[in-house]
Design a protein around this ligand. Structure first.
Ligand SMILES: *Cc1c(COP(=O)(O)O)cnc(C)c1O
Length: 384
């Protein structure tokens, strides 16, 4: 069955019944026989979809987790109250005192902050690696345990060669954890490229309507057990209401991403020709860092693009004149966004090719408005 069809049918309750799995709110799950209670406690250690206690999810969350496992081609999915919680948990499950972890330098800001602020006190060693690393040998120590990647990169969208990097990771016995929020299990499938865990902030495209916080970590093979143990040990959970809303949003994931991707590419091309613009960052543009790898490993782009304006560009008045693009953090909802970004402040390594242009930078999210209206809005904000 094709993915579009599966999106419609994930979690369908038995008939006669509703089209969506209902919100089932519960802490205690009641049993009438002690044997049933004891049996559930044993079986839930290997069956993530068993109804045993509210913290481990009810039918609502289980339907969402199964849907994400299917999208990501993984064996088990765990749900979290935010993307940051999912990423911090996935890393923590593979980083104990004395371990060494490699992190791509272009990783999401909160993930970078987590490593910089929490690893020291937990005696975990770490190094940042360049986004174009394919051979990990120069970085690996005998006590290296995991590699944290994100492709395309946060804010600048460089595409990593994950199949090559994962091959190298395997020869060193390392667990590879990928932040797949950009691809959200639809455009890109890190587990199929060799990663062990794929993390998605469901706050973005999975839910898709800018009205909830959610994270998911999907694991395959040997990575499932340490992750499951960490998740249960730290009491990670997602409310059934948010699980319901996320799964409802996912019904249109494919349709929305097709529109977001077309619009962002249209904006990227239009902005590339503007005299105010020094450089456009979008993995769908020819000449973009890793564009060929993206064409090989992914099936489309999302609504994001970043723009470096020429030095001296008056950013504040441009942003204030935008009407369809609002100013705000996050992305992945139906609405268009513009946000000043400062990637240089979130990198430890020298950029591969220093930008000659030093003007201000904005990350745009192309929402579900008509692309031509978005172009008109940008044109109006430029003043002509
Ligand atoms: C937004 C985001 C996160 C964090 O997700 P929240 O749900 O906001 O906590 C993590 N990684 C990436 C790449 C993101 O864009």
């Amino acid at each position: 069955m094709r993915r579009e069809t599966k999106l419609v049918h994930y979690g369908r309750p038995t008939m006669p019944g509703p089209a969506n799995p209902p919100v089932i709110r519960a802490s205690t799950i009641l049993h009438d026989k002690i044997a049933s209670f004891r049996d559930t406690k044993i079986r839930r250690e290997t069956d993530d979809s068993l109804l045993s206690y509210g913290r481990r999810g009810t039918t609502t969350a289980h339907a969402l987790a199964d849907a994400i496992s299917d999208l990501e081609a993984g064996d088990a999915t765990f749900l979290f109250p935010s993307g940051v919680a999912a990423m911090a948990s996935a890393i923590s499950a593979f980083a104990a005192a004395g371990d060494h972890v490699l992190i791509v330098d272009t990783v999401f800001g909160a993930t970078r902050a987590f490593c910089e602020e929490q690893f020291d006190r937990n005696q975990v060693e770490f190094d940042f690696i360049p986004w174009n690393t394919v051979d990990l040998s120069p970085w690996v120590k005998p006590w290296t345990r995991a590699v944290v990647v994100e492709s395309p990169a946060s804010q600048t969208f460089e595409v990593m060669d994950l199949p090559a990097l994962c091959k190298s990771a395997k020869t060193h016995g390392l667990t590879v954890i990928a932040d797949n929020t950009y691809g959200s299990g639809w455009l890109y499938r890190p587990l199929e490229l060799g990663c062990d865990i794929s993390v998605v902030s469901g706050t973005k495209y999975l839910s898709g309507h800018a009205d909830l916080m959610m994270g998911a970590a999907c694991a395959r093979g040997d990575a499932c057990t340490p992750l499951r143990s960490f998740v249960h040990g730290t009491g990670q959970t997602l409310s059934p209401d948010d699980a319901y809303a996320c799964l409802r949003g996912m019904r249109t994931l494919g349709l929305r991403l097709a529109h977001h991707g077309q619009s962002s590419l249209a904006l990227a091309n239009w902005l590339s020709a503007r005299p105010e613009v020094a450089r456009v960052f979008h993995p769908g543009l020819e000449g973009h860092a890793g564009h060929e790898i993206w064409a090989r490993d992914a099936v489309g782009c999302n609504g994001l693009l970043s723009v470096r304006f020429n030095a001296g560009f008056h950013l504040e008045s441009f942003l204030d004149r935008l009407k369809l693009f609002s100013i705000g953090a996050s992305w992945g909802g139906f609405e268009s966004l513009a946000l000043p970004v400062y990637p240089d402040q979130h990198r430890s390594l020298e950029a591969e090719s220093e930008d000659e242009a030093s003007g201000p930078m904005v990350r745009f999210h192309a929402g579900l408005e008509h692309a031509e209206d978005l172009v008109d809005d940008l044109q109006n904000a430029f003043g002509s």
